[in-house]
Write a new protein. Structure first.
Length: 209
């Protein structure tokens, strides 16, 4: 397309040049008019060539990569989902149709449940000081999440693909019954992180940080 259009424009330019040559005697007397003709021919050639160039140009593919705060890009191997702030741990729920995420970000801390079929967040449960550890009991009826700076482990009941908070137990003696009532300036002494449940479901192993 571009070669054909350029050839036509060259033929047109030659014809215009021949006409301009016939009036050479008058153009010598009018140099301004000669310059105007040359500019007009150049603009005509450009206007005829541009549509062909635009037709052959391909639009760049849209960038679907995830940009990290460092400025680098993360190329995901699969589908990327929008979830809460800083998920440090993710485990499959009993049945495999849902995922449980532990959010340990500065703006948001707690649990999130993601449906794998719809790829949507179906439940969000705030939990202060959530950090790294989350585990199901062998029977799939209980869910445990570490409390980090609260020096406690939180317990949830798992029913019909949803989590329901049922309580918590402290890891330090003489601690308040509700770990969330700990004073903001009170430092943790245990700081539970990773969690694991024994095969018989009778023991919960806590990795302290």
């Amino acid at each position: 397309m571009i070669l054909i259009r350029l050839r036509k424009t060259l033929e047109l330019g030659t014809a215009l040049g021949a006409r301009a040559g016939q009036g050479a005697s008058t153009s010598r007397l009018d140099p301004v008019g000669e310059q105007v003709k040359r500019i007009a021919v150049a603009l005509l050639l450009l206007s005829l060539a541009l549509p062909g160039l635009r037709a052959t140009a391909q639009a760049p593919p849209s960038d679907t990569r995830v940009r990290l705060p460092t400025g680098l890009f993360l190329d995901t191997a699969g589908t990327s989902l929008d979830v809460g702030n800083m998920p440090l741990k993710m485990i499959p729920a009993p049945g495999g149709r849902r995922l449980v995420l532990l959010l340990s970000g500065w703006r948001e801390q707690g649990l999130q449940v993601v449906d794998r079929d719809s790829k949507q967040v179906v439940q969000t449960l705030p939990q202060g000081s959530a950090f790294l550890g989350v585990a199901f009991s062998p029977d799939g009826k209980s869910l445990y999440a570490s409390g980090g700076n609260d020096d406690a482990v939180y317990c949830y009941a798992w029913e019909d693909g949803q989590a329901r908070k049922v309580g918590s137990f402290p890891l330090v003696e003489k601690k308040a019954e509700n770990p969330a009532e700990k004073k903001p300036d009170q430092e943790a002494t245990r700081y539970p992180a990773g969690l694991a449940v024994s095969a018989d479901g009778k023991r919960l192993y806590v990795a302290e940080n």
